[in-house]
Design a protein around this ligand. Structure first.
Ligand code: ADP
Length: 245
């Protein structure tokens, strides 16, 4: 029988470029984040997609549990920014941990990011720093409905709460299921700021109701609907009212 040479290093022989070492390093990163309570059982599925959410995740991105469910994947946030690109001032009205605001800031001169939760705003500010765009974003802690009458901007972006991951189980998602108020009320508050409104809505959204929103203006606003996919999976729809880029 052949004997292994004494100094035979099976890891180095099978893995000359050290892939195994890298794998071990990643695993310990996950272990650490689990210990720190960053990865809870509920968000584990989202953690595996972390680089789809923020390509710079490893550079210090911060998110809470709600943030993991609700942040717009980066590729789709870039698409939203392209839709609003060229507009001087974009208002992101439910900005959460900042996934959209960051991409707006990459393409548009200035962004106002509003969220009612001060912790979300802190995380969004941190995340904007990671991307080096914090100076282009004005972060506001507040209720969009209270702030709306005093806001001025060229385009309003609305990604209102869809009610958490359970939205997927609904066959026909209607405007009244949006939070914190129904979709018509959210849209009307935005209309007082500008007719150019971009909404990110669930993939199972009732399209008749979406079209009805354009009839809240006289003459009716133009409307364009785009489906958004990520790695072949249908994530949501983007609706542009009042002229798109
Ligand atoms: P989802 O249901 O899609 O997971 P969230 O519940 O995470 O969405 O809500 C999205 C964001 O909207 C959250 O960061 C939340 O704090 C924020 N938000 C909720 N109500 C208001 C409001 N009235 N004004 C501004 N931001 C709000």
């Amino acid at each position: 029988m052949k004997q292994k040479p004494q100094n035979f290093n099976s890891t180095a022989a099978k893995d000359p470029i050290g892939k195994q070492k890298r794998r071990v390093k990643k695993k310990s990163g996950k272990k650490r984040e689990k210990e720190e309570g960053i990865i809870t059982p509920l968000i584990e599925k989202y953690w595996f997609q972390r680089y789809n959410l923020f390509s710079k995740y490893d550079e210090g991105i911060k998110m809470d549990e709600e943030g993991w469910f609700s942040v717009t994947p980066e590729e789709i946030a870039i698409r939203h920014a392209e839709k609003c690109g060229g507009d001087e001032l974009v208002i992101d009205c439910f900005s959460g941990v900042g996934g959209n605001a960051i991409q707006f800031a990459e393409l548009c001169p200035f962004v106002v990011a509003i969220d009612i939760d001060p912790q979300k705003v802190n995380m969004a500010r941190n995340n904007a720093k990671v991307y080096g765009v914090e100076d282009s974003i004005d972060f506001i802690v507040g209720d969009f409905f209270q702030l709306a009458p005093s806001l001025k901007g060229d385009v309003v972006f609305l990604s209102p709460p869809w009610g958490g991951p359970s939205y997927k189980r609904i066959g026909n998602f209607t405007m009244d299921l949006l939070k914190p108020k129904d979709g018509y009320s959210i849209f009307q508050a935005a209309q007082r700021i500008t007719p150019k409104i971009v909404m990110f809505l669930p993939r199972n959204m009732n399209l008749n109701e979406v079209e009805e929103l354009s009839w809240l203006s006289s003459p009716p606003l133009s409307i364009e609907i785009e489906e958004n996919y990520l790695e072949g999976s249908f994530k949501g729809i983007t609706v542009c009212f009042g002229g798109s880029a």
